[in-house]
Design a protein around this ligand. Structure first.
Ligand code: PEP
Length: 255
């Protein structure tokens, strides 16, 4: 199965609208017309409207970093799927470990968001990953299984079109400690096997699985050559145009 590589930048709480526009201009100028790799940028909410027009006519897509599952209402500080759609987002990162550990998100709340995103034609990038303690206690695969079961509860096979799973070991996020290609591949293969059992062979073969956690141009190739790694969710290295472009180039070289 030939899955198109996906390189997504999670900018987290970085970049004003002007800075975001500058970064996106550089990305679009260099990789904004290629079709070999799907490229997604996920700026903060406040920069979506500055970035969206710069992506017109380019192959780079827009994503958000979170959303509320409700359509509207008294949810101070929150953003709905429809609001993201009106800003031309096509993807949304859900269940990032920072949302889970710092903002109390659970598998159940992530699941509500996943289902609301799908209902609103947003493609979720569902993040899963174990902490260092969980890895050391040999719990990695059971944690991933629990997060997949919880996050994808009541999602049916047809609804998985476009859905992406990102394996992000918490101990590798923003730490400079990257999972070895073997460690990452083991979990990716487990996720693909789980998808096959839960949905079907066809769903498991079509769905893209990203690796995230200190991925950068110098370690991209060894990760991207693994059978079940279909791209990267990039934090720190997505904030610099050259390193992000180099990651897209690394994925193109594998394609
Ligand atoms: C992330 O937070 O999604 C991430 C992968 O961060 P970093 O690349 O900085 O480790």
């Amino acid at each position: 199965m030939n899955r198109k590589y996906l390189i997504a930048g999670n900018w987290k709480m970085n970049k004003t609208s002007d800075e975001a526009a500058e970064l996106v201009r550089e990305i679009v100028q260099t990789v904004g017309q290629q079709m070999d790799v799907e490229v997604v940028v996920c700026p903060p909410f406040t920069a979506l409207s500055a970035v969206a027009p710069l992506l017109e006519g380019a192959t780079v897509k827009l994503g958000a970093q979170n959303m509320h599952p409700s359509a509207s209402g008294a949810f101070t500080g929150e953003i709905s799927a429809e609001m993201l759609r009106s800003h031309f987002s096509s993807y949304v990162i859900l269940g990032h470990s920072e949302r889970r550990s710092l903002f109390g998100e659970t598998d159940a709340s992530v699941n509500e968001k996943v289902r609301a995103a799908i209902k609103n034609q947003l493609k979720p990038i569902l993040c899963v990953g174990e902490t260092l303690e969980e890895r050391e206690a040999n719990e990695t695969l059971s944690v991933i299984e629990r997060q997949l079961e919880g996050g994808l509860k009541d999602v049916d096979g047809e609804a998985t079109v476009g859905l992406v799973v990102a394996y992000e070991p918490v101990w590798a996020i923003g730490t400079g400690k990257v999972a070895s290609p073997e460690q990452a591949q083991e979990v990716h293969a487990f996720i693909r096997g789980w998808l096959k059992t839960r949905f079907s062979e066809s769903v498991s073969q079509k769905m893209r699985l990203l690796y995230g956690g200190s991925m950068k141009p110098s370690n991209a190739q060894e990760l991207l050559t693994q059978t079940d790694i279909d791209g990267g969710l990039i934090g720190g290295a997505a904030l610099d145009a050259n390193s992000f472009i180099d990651l897209v180039t690394a994925a193109r070289e594998q394609g």
